[in-house]
Design a binder for this molecule. Structure first.
Ligand SMILES: [Fe+2]
Length: 168
């Protein structure tokens, strides 16, 4: 016990109702959405058997839905990319599960190794690409669920054909 701390709770702590609330079934804060993504990432049995790789188009699978949010699983073979886009009114959490991805924005290029997470607000524009030699898998949580993904023009994308992607 920390003797410098003279704060003590008198009475029965279990009688304080707000301390007894059960954990929420669904995430509601940015930290909880990040936590949801981390918990799925850490449990391969939830996603590894679902992953497919498609050289002709980026593969995606809706892994989970909840009140106001969706969780998508995506795969990226080497060279596949999203094109520069935003996410409409959705905010999101991108988590790299396997392999490595590169995120490009107008301001920066970021290497995203396995375990990396990016949290973005509505209107955030980026391009995600697998510049590596191995396939990659990523998890994307959108709140609210993604209903549009407007494509932007980008100097990064001029030389490539931007695929019509549903999620990224
Ligand atoms: Fe995206």
């Amino acid at each position: 016990m920390n003797s410098d701390n003279d704060l003590q709770i008198a009475g029965d702590i279990l009688e304080v109702p707000h301390l007894l609330q059960p954990p929420r079934e669904h995430p509601a804060t940015v930290a909880e959405f990040v936590g949801l993504a981390r918990s799925i990432a850490a449990d391969r049995s939830q996603w590894a058997h679902l992953v497919r790789y498609d050289a002709t188009t980026r593969w995606y699978h809706r892994l989970r839905t909840g009140p106001g949010y969706e969780v998508w699983l995506l795969s990226w073979v080497p060279g596949q990319g999203s094109g520069l886009h935003d996410h409409g009114r959705s905010s999101g959490v991108l988590t790299v599960l396997e392999g490595a991805l590169t995120e490009r924005t107008d301001r920066a290029t970021r290497a995203l190794p396995a375990g990396a997470q990016r949290v973005f607000a509505p209107g955030y524009a980026h391009e995600v690409v697998n510049d590596a030699l191995e396939p990659a898998v990523s998890l994307h949580v959108y709140y609210p669920g993604l209903t549009e993904m407007p494509m932007h023009t980008s100097p990064h994308c001029e030389a490539r054909t931007a695929p019509r992607a549903v999620t990224a």
